[in-house]
Design a protein around this ligand. Structure first.
Ligand SMILES: NC(=O)c1ccc[n+]([C@@H]2O[C@H](COP(=O)([O-])OP(=O)(O)OC[C@H]3O[C@@H](n4cnc5c(N)ncnc54)[C@H](O)[C@@H]3O)[C@@H](O)[C@H]2O)c1
Length: 301
């Protein structure tokens, strides 16, 4: 019996966002192939029912095999740590820029109809206007952020060659499955893990810095909608609300009465981040459904 389902290739599908995305596509009736080198992802994250190919996006043979017969590509594989990109810019640029270019070329060659790829709020950098709109100026502050700006440029050129694409500028994604066990873990998994161990929460500076936290299941839903739409260009994916790091710590303290200490402010830390999400609402009919208090409570349970 032939498989009549549409196939989508998810690069980075063994990672945090990718594994939720793979599950969301399976739930909507797609066949899913995951291509992942497991450099930061894990085999057990790949949902049952997806076909797993272990390989690097820079390996053209592995890519061509993974793209064969795919209707679309959801490209999430990347080196994601900003501090590591500062320490090892060549490696970040090689994976995130050359690797992305190879993914786009493979999708074109395989006759895929649609590419959706991960960009990032990092492209806005420390440009002070708020909320961030898709037409806000870009001021990337790190090789990681520059790699995402370059991905957007590469995607623009795809349009002229007949491949429709949309870049999603994710803000601070959080939720189940996010790693807390490495030096550059994001603030939520770091704080949740520390609170569960009864350890002090270390807030950099006064904690007034704000972030726009968006739940990973909402992000997975946005990825499905993005693949199914014909909208091109770039689109913010965020909650549209600001939460300060101090408020996050206070919410965690309501569940786990741990101490909070304030360390020095981190050099180069962006003070405030919040997105305008009208574009996603209008063009993808997407709206974030998980209230921050509910998403956090689930992690703290
Ligand atoms: N998590 C966030 O808050 C956030 C915010 C903005 C943008 N993003 C972007 O979303 C995407 C997914 O991020 P994530 O948070 O799930 O990170 P993650 O590290 O959990 O996932 C990335 C995945 O890519 C894989 N990978 C890395 N290099 C590879 C290579 N050369 N070949 C094949 N696979 C490779 C890793 O093994 C991992 O499974 C990334 O492109 C990231 O830049 C994430």
């Amino acid at each position: 019996m032939t498989d009549e389902r549409r196939t989508v290739l998810v690069t980075g599908g063994a990672g945090f966002i990718g594994s939720h995305a793979a599950r969301a596509f399976l739930d909507r009736g797609y066949a899913v192939t995951v291509l992942d080198s497991l450099v930061s992802g894990a085999r057990e994250n790949v949902p049952a029912g997806a076909t797993f190919v272990q390989g690097d996006i820079r390996d053209e043979d592995a890519l061509a095999r993974a793209c064969r017969g795919a209707y679309g590509v959801v490209h999430l594989a990347a080196l994601v740590s900003v501090p590591e990109s500062v320490q090892h810019p060549e490696e970040t640029l090689d994976v995130n820029v050359r690797g992305t270019s190879l993914v786009f070329e493979a999708a074109l060659r395989a006759g895929c109809k649609r590419v959706v790829y991960a960009s990032s709020a990092a492209v806005y950098g420390d440009e002070p206007s708020l909320p961030k709109r898709e037409d806000s100026p870009l001021r990337p502050q790190s090789p990681y952020a520059e790699s995402k700006v370059e991905n957007e440029r590469l995607a623009e050129r795809l349009a002229a060659r007949g491949l429709s694409s949309l870049g999603l500028r994710f803000f601070n994604v959080y939720g189940p499955g996010q790693r807390a066990d490495h030096a550059y873990a994001s603030v939520i998994p770091q704080f949740v893990a520390r609170a569960k161990r009864g350890e002090v929460l270390s807030v950099s500076g006064d904690g007034a810095q704000t972030r726009d936290f968006v739940h990973v299941r909402d992000v997975a839903d946005a990825l499905v909608r993005a693949l199914e739409s014909s909208t091109t260009g770039v689109c913010n994916i965020a909650s549209g609300t600001e939460t300060s790091v101090a408020a996050l710590a206070a919410l965690i303290q309501e569940r786990y009465p741990v101490a909070v200490e304030h360390g020095p402010a981190r050099a180069g830390d962006i003070l405030h981040s919040v997105a305008d999400i009208e574009h996603a609402k209008e063009l993808l009919a997407w709206t974030p459904r998980t209230a921050f208090s509910d998403g956090l409570a689930e992690l703290l349970a």
